[in-house]
Write a protein of this length. Sequence first.
Lengths: 270, 342
Amino acid sequence: MTPLLDCQRVAFNYAARDASAGAFAIRDLTFDVRAGETFGVIGPNASGKTTLVRLLSRVLVPSGGRILLEGEDVTRLGRAEVARQIAVVPQDVPSGFPHTVEELVLMGRFPRAPRRFFETEADRAAARRAMEAVGVLELRAALLDRLSGGERQRVMLARGLAQEPRLLVLDEPTAHLDLRYQAECAGLLRRLGRQRGLTIVLVSHDLVFAAELCDRLLLMAGGAAVRVGAPETVMDEAVLEAAYGCRVIVDKHPVSRRPTVHLVYPTGGD
Amino acid sequence: MSEPTPVSRARLALLLGGLGVLVIVAGLGALFIGSASVPPRDVLAVLTGRVRGVDQVVVLSLRLPRILAALLAGGALAVAGASFQALARNPLAEPSVLGVSSGAAFGVIVAQVVGLGSGLVEAVGLAACAFAGALVAGAAVYLIASRAGGLPVHTLLLAGVIVGIFFSSAITVLISVVDFDRLGGVVHWLLGNLSPIAPGSLAVFAALTALGGWLVIGAARRLNLLALGEESAQQLGVDAERLKRRIFAGAALLTSAAVAFAGPIGFVGLIVPQSLRLLLGPDNRVVIPAALLGGGAFLLVADTLARNVIAPAELSVGVITAFCGTPFFIYLLRARVANPHL
């Protein structure tokens, strides 16, 4: 069976002037994502995770290798076509203007009919379903900058769902969230993955969060794949220590029995 | 909190209909008011073609073209302001704040030094020079202010001020060097001054405003998506680079047309789109068409005031808009300091 997403020896280099903070080169990256799975991308800072998100969403074009979406080269598809298949849920981005929740979620309908000037009733219904799925329907008239970080994150997720994509890419969904919102976010992603059969790519700093939610993980370091596989195989002490350059202990979560990682803090004595 | 009304064809048509009535009322009002006292009955007689002579000249050759120029200039500047704000993702951006007006004004002065007059072909030449000036100034501001990842607000505003000062100085040099009589009325024009325009020029002005308006309004939905950043817009299927070029060209065209035919009138592009956003929300599909009509009505009212406040002398309309715009700008700046997300 063709995987939904197939990255074959993907490479990308920023020209010196374009290198913005947090974006790094990628070399010889090969992995695939199967339909219906939740796939995690983890790795230290500067490992190329953000660049990978940009490549998947066709913001950047690979300088080498191919990214195939159901066998078709992403660079051959139009931007709107990619956006109908792949929705990216970005990290919290402030808007320059006071948009309401509903206005923002409706933006997700743009790739469905880019030439249309106004949204249709069908668009509004899709936005409504998306807001309902993530539990922000009652906030639809609220201004975005009045919401908490966790609420804004769910609104961005609703915008992604309104695109009705095959693949949902989440960029650091828990970056600014406290424990309670992390728990909410995890529950929400599980529901979307299991009940709706959405394919999810979860890019995260948070190893424990990714190992808890994902069927398989890709560990990146220095722009290349270090290991791809089930959380149990990727979350290996020696592998993580080599990738992150610090001492860790891998353990099993007492409740979920999923791998979890503890940092061994330096004592300051040595 | 009230339920937001969804943006739809019907709602936009209603809004534009209302603003259209406002424009007509303001236009008729301005026809009847002026320093040369023409009784209302005589104005009506002129309009129905029953009277000729001095009254006809005053109403049809002085007041009417000036009213049309005010409507076009106000609409063009307001749409340009809304466009620059959406491009910079910053409600303080505006043609005069960004130095784009000064660049266009420099182009106009150069054209006049070369000796372009007021014929139809010359009007096109004048607008082309203004457009070139606006493009140079806008590009300079962008290059000075842009960083990887965006346009920080403080560098953008400072770059605009600096470029504006540069072009103002260049204008002063040109005016000093060239025989003053050849540039008759330039100083008056520089203050932002509407005067009756020849029909040919008015037609060019209208055509350029329509073209610029079409460039911007046609892309209004995509422009909304730019509010969360270029990358986010691209991920929703927008070609952000192409969109930015289109909007920039449209906004520069509108600014240069207004500057060429009415002078560098400040703050219209700030006051009108901002007030409309406060009333109608941030959706560019509503704000920008409304700015086209609302800006026209605003500048017409301001110009009618300017014509009559100290009659028989005249104030520059730029003075009136600056008096309204300065406190408004300070208010927005303070609100932004208090809440950087605004």
